[in-house]
Design a protein around this ligand. Structure first.
Ligand code: ADP
Ligand code: MG
Length: 346
């Protein structure tokens, strides 16, 4: 069991800073997801926690103990990578037991631990098989069991599902969450997929350009985004944005007049497709640009001045292209951001 604390942990390569100093306290048994676009510094953060990459600023602690300089072998962490290569010439049992063999654990003891790890990921019937005779999901579970067999205090998973097809990814997602809950281990999980982050995490850390944008529960970052980046990154379809002007507590943009708002100057209104209601009395208006039925709902793309917005409507709703549509939003469903800085205005 381990609590992981980052105190101003940062990374530079020479003069190039790829990770600004991060402060983060990860609770024992927490499922923490590092989320962000490619190149934002997720893997670098993970590799520093694992000890595979030198920490160039700050202090890393496990259960309060300074491990900044500790060798990876002595950190009691296990890592599963996106490319979790299994040894093709070894059976499932030998693959799972490989870290124990390297650590010179005696054979009988090794066998018991292999069986225990295989049980946790439902691989018991497959121990004698070779990787080529397994499905993608089973191979993924072998990689997980190989990490589990060392009973690590901290589990690090870097995009472990990226190589799987969409259906399997969804199934494995539930398995990983279930496994984390049942073992009660601290898990730090890297992904660029916001749905994966939302579904798995106790807390999400959203990174961009090597800096934390927001830390919060999935509900917090979805409902209460700190800035335009967070608001636009989380959710599908992404949040609608309309740039406009605020004067005397009223916001105006093409298709909207007299919407109460905080602040003055150049603001951007943000709202989500699912919070809109099409109604003749609506304060917002636009023309129907395109209609997209998905089966469970119909998304209407509305042209409002230079902007296009998405409305989530009834699944049988089929407005004509080019017609005018009015809609409205509830009080708590309207967010404002400073257009220049991107920061939320409350
Ligand atoms: P992510 O996992 O979020 O996609 P990484 O942590 O792999 O991103 O990389 C973060 C940034 O660090 C990237 O911009 C990458 O180009 C940079 N980087 C990684 N390794 C080096 C290196 N050896 N020298 C300089 N820059 C590097
Ligand atoms: Mg990466």
């Amino acid at each position: 069991m381990s609590r992981v604390t980052l105190e101003g942990v940062g990374k530079s390569y020479g003069a190039v800073t790829v990770l600004k100093p991060l402060d983060l306290d990860i609770a024992d048994g927490e499922f923490l997801v590092l989320l962000g676009p490619s190149g934002c510094g997720k893997s670098t953060t993970m590799r520093m926690i694992a000890g595979l990459e030198a920490i160039t600023a700050g202090t890393l602690r496990f259960d309060g103990r300074d491990v900044t300089q500790l060798h990876p072998r002595d950190r009691n962490v296990a890592m599963v990578f996106q490319n979790y290569a299994l040894y093709p010439h070894m059976t499932v049992a030998d693959n799972i037991g490989y870290p124990l063999k390297v650590a010179k654990v005696a054979k009988a003891e090794r066998q018991a631990q292999i069986e225990a790890a295989a049980r946790k990921v439902d691989l018991t019937p497959y121990l004698a098989r070779f990787p080529r005779d397994l499905s993608g999901g089973q191979r993924q579970r072998v990689a997980l069991a190989r990490a589990l067999v060392r009973s690590p205090g901290v589990f690090l998973l870097d995009e472990p599902l990226s190589n799987l097809d969409a259906k399997l990814r969804v199934a494995m997602r539930a398995e990983i969450k279930h496994l984390q809950r049942s073992l009660g281990v601290t898990m730090i999980y890297v992904t660029h997929d916001q749905i994966e982050a939302m579904t798995l995490a106790d807390r999400v850390v959203l990174l961009n350009d090597g800096a934390i944008q927001q830390v919060g529960t999935p509900d917090e970052i979805y409902d209460d985004p700190a800035n335009l980046f967070v608001a636009g990154f989380i959710g599908s379809p992404p949040m609608n944005f309309l740039a406009g002007t605020a004067t005397g507590g009223q916001f105006s943009a093409p298709g909207i007049t007299g919407l109460p708002c905080p602040g003055t100057g150049q603001l951007t209104l943000g709202f989500r497709a699912e919070d809109t209601t099409v109604t003749e009395a609506g304060r917002f208006t636009g023309t129907v640009y395109e209609v997209e039925p998905t089966g469970e709902a119909t998304y209407v793309v509305l042209q409002m001045g230079p902007h296009r917005v998405n409305l989530r409507c009834d699944k049988r709703f089929r407005p004509e292209l080019g017609t005018e549509l009015r809609f409205d939003l509830g009080a708590g469903q309207v967010l404002f951001f400073d257009t220049a800085s991107g920061q939320r205005v409350r």
